[in-house]
Each structure stands twice: as C-alpha cells, then as structure tokens.
Design a protein around this ligand. Structure first.
Ligand SMILES: [Zn+2]
Ligand SMILES: [Zn+2]
Length: 414
C-alpha cells in the first residue's frame, strides 16, 4: 500500500520527513517538536550549571575541582554510624547478663547496618566476557588503562541495558566494566573508545571523591528514612488507584497508626535539617564535580578528537530505541542474533529522528546520570575548543561479543 506523501510543514511550508515510523517534525522551524520534559533538577542547580558552562566555554581551565567546605561537611556525616557500632560492641562486652544486652546490641547493629556502603549488583542477564572470548576488546582496554594511568580491567560484563560504566560490584567490590549492548551498537569504534576512556577516568577517584560520595549516600539514606513513604501511611479504608492497580487501603491497626505518627513527627522535626544538609553538600560540591567531568571530556578529546567525543555523547541517545526494538524481538522470539538485530535497528534510524532526540534532550537538560552535567553543555564545550580527530586502535570486532549477547537474551527466558 502506498501512503499519500506527508504534506509540507504547516508553519513554514518546507518539506517534512516521510518516515512515519518516527515522529514527524520540522527541523527548520521546530513544528511538532514535543514540549521539553520538566527538568528533575531544581532551578538553582540549572542556573548554576549554565553559568559554569558559560565560564568554561570562555576559559576551559578555570576554577578548582574540589570543594574543601564540602569535604569538611562530609566527614562528620560519616561518623554518624560510629556511636551505634561502638555502643553495640560495648553492650556485648561490658553488660551482663548477656541475654539482656544482646537484643539491644542487635538493634544498634541494625541501625548501623542501614548506613553500610551500598552494594551494587549486576542485572540478572549480565554475562561475563573473558579475555579468551574477546582478545581485541581486552587489548584495547589494556592500552586505554595505560593511557589513562588506571589499573587493567579484569572483569567485563555484557548487559542488555544502556549503561556503559565501571562499577564496584558485589560484596567483594569487584571493579567491573559494564557494556550495555544497545549503547555499544550505536557507537562507531572511535566513539566506543571515547566512552571507555571516559569511564576509566570516572573510575579514577581519590580520597576526596570517596568521602563525598559516601557522605552523600549516608545522608541520602537518612533523608529517605525521615520522609514518609506509602508504607508508612496507616490508611483510612479508602480505595486508591495506583498505576492502574486498585489497592484497598485498610483501616490501620493502632500499631500502624502509632508508627505513622512517629514517621510524621520524625519527618517534621528531623526532615528539614537533614534534607537541608543534603542539599547544602550537593550545592557545595556541584561546580567542582562538574568541572572535573568537563576536564575528563577534554582529556578524552585530546586522545581521540573533540568530534568523536561529542558524537559519542549524542549517539547514545539512540540506545533506547534499540533497546525497545530488542525487547520486541525477544518477545516475538526473533532475537537469535541480538547483536545483528540491534545493529540493523541502529542503521535504520533516520537522521531527522536523531536530530529530534538531540534537541529534546537539550531542551530538558538531559544527562547520562546525576553526577554529570547536561549532555548538551558537554558537547557544546567539546566543540567550542576543537581538537583533531586521530585514528586509534579501537574495538570493532563485535563477533567477540556475539556468544555473550545470545546468552544474555536466553537468560531473560529463565
Ligand atoms: Zn517548519
Ligand atoms: Zn564522567
């Protein structure tokens, strides 16, 4: 069936794209471009980020990367769990009878445990990639490690999500590179090199970053503990609709009502100072943290060129489309070769859809995660100070990953 051609743009009368599988919009005047999503970040943060990026566009190397005041405010936060731990130990050692002391000690240990370092876990479908399976990939990683002054990577896993990053995984805190296949397949070899180099630099964290990261985790947990959640509500017997599911909220027992009041009281008394402290820490740390990220981007651009470094940041915006296509293929039982399915999807995405995603991401100040500045500011700064593109030895043998990709898809059915 031949569909009638799209009419011209109603705003500026220039031709519109014809591919109806993707959103129709006008790249000349922006007609039908979806409205910008509401930003997650508060207005002060967006304003500060904008000023920082503007000043770095003028003078890339200006300003400190680390905030002494944020560090000094972080240290006492890390000491919060200490009295609980010491108190528990003291009870067990000095207090008799032990059967009386033990339950109190247990309560103190549980409180301490709430503040334990977070343990990152991999998704269930993650598949390890070994050196023998992927010699070229490991070869590239070894060279990159030497270039970035970081230890060699010993663990690489392939996942079906879109994240490419180095994480400390599991109880043994194993330094692991996650390669999210949908992102990997939309990047060309040079762009992959840029993403991997950035991940290695991100992972090279000093004492300052570790202390700040741990303190923000502790105080973030505290803030969550004093913020009333759905489970803390004792309920009043009314019916609630939540995400399409009808939930009957029962009349709470006296215990629940007491608990609910305690949480409300805790929230009213402790909530504002704890949340305020958390915001203050983030605020003091923001400019330094983002300067560090911009500097990492610059360093990557010096290895490989500013254009592949910037393009890599934009290309990963296509990963969601590829992820959804893979999901569909898995559902229909047509994902025998997930790598090929992803590659085909990526190749089919028209240029106007890519341009649209970049614009929408920019309008919403989208970013790869909360630790990074808005993506459009990063690409803007990279392109404001161009460096020549160099050819590098980059990973391009996707055959090495084929078996792991299949295993990841198969594990989804288990
Ligand atoms: Zn138009
Ligand atoms: Zn980074």
């Amino acid at each position: 069936m031949i569909r009638p051609a799209m009419p011209d743009c109603p705003e500026c009368s220039r031709p519109l794209p014809q591919d109806r599988r993707y959103a129709i919009w006008c790249r000349h005047c922006g007609w039908n471009l979806e409205p910008a999503p509401a930003p997650h970040e508060p207005a002060w943060q967006l304003e500060r980020e904008r000023r920082l990026a503007d000043s770095l566009a003028e003078r890339p190397a200006s300003g400190p990367e680390r905030s002494v005041s944020a560090f000094l405010l972080s240290v006492p936060v890390l000491l919060i769990p200490l009295p609980g731990l010491l108190g528990g130990i003291a009870l067990l050692v000095f207090y008799r009878p032990i059967w009386f002391a033990a339950p109190f000690a247990a309560v103190l240990f549980v409180i301490t445990a709430i503040f334990r370092p977070r343990i990152d876990r991999l998704p269930g479908s993650a598949q390890p990639i070994t050196r023998t399976q992927a010699p070229q990939l490991y070869d590239v990683l070894d060279r990159l490690a030497a270039q970035t002054g970081t230890p060699k990577l010993q663990y690489v896993v392939l996942t079906l999500d879109t994240r490419i990053a180095i994480e400390r995984v599991g109880l043994r805190y194993r330094r692991t590179l996650r390669i999210g296949l949908p992102s990997w397949t939309v990047l060309n070899p040079q762009e992959r090199y840029a993403v991997l180099a950035h991940a290695l630099y991100d992972d090279r964290r000093g004492l300052h970053d570790r202390v700040l990261g741990a303190a923000q985790h502790v105080i973030g947990e505290l803030a969550a503990a004093v913020t009333p959640g759905a489970l803390d509500s004792a309920g009043d017997g009314r019916i609630k609709h939540s995400e399409g599911v009808v939930v009957i909220v029962g009349q709470g027992s006296d215990d629940q009502i007491l608990h609910s009041w305690l949480v409300k009281l805790g929230s009213a008394v402790l909530g504002p100072p704890i949340r305020g402290y958390y915001r203050l820490l983030r605020r003091l740390d923001l400019a330094g943290r983002q300067r560090r990220e911009y500097r990492i981007d610059r360093r990557v651009a010096e290895h490989i060129g500013s254009e592949p470094a910037a393009a890599a940041l934009e290309r990963v915006l296509l990963a969601d489309i590829c992820y959804r296509a893979l999901e569909r293929a898995v559902r229909l039982g047509r994902a025998d070769d997930p790598l090929e399915a992803l590659r085909r999807t990526a190749a089919e995405i028209p240029e106007h859809e890519f341009a649209r995603l970049v614009q929408v991401d920019r309008a919403g100040n989208g970013r790869s995660d909360a630790d990074h500045p808005p993506t459009w500011q990063r690409t803007r700064l990279l392109r404001a100070h161009p460096t020549p593109t160099t050819s590098v030895f980059a990973p391009n043998k996707d055959d090495e990953l084929r078996a792991a990709a299949r295993a990841a898809v198969v594990s989804l059915h288990d």
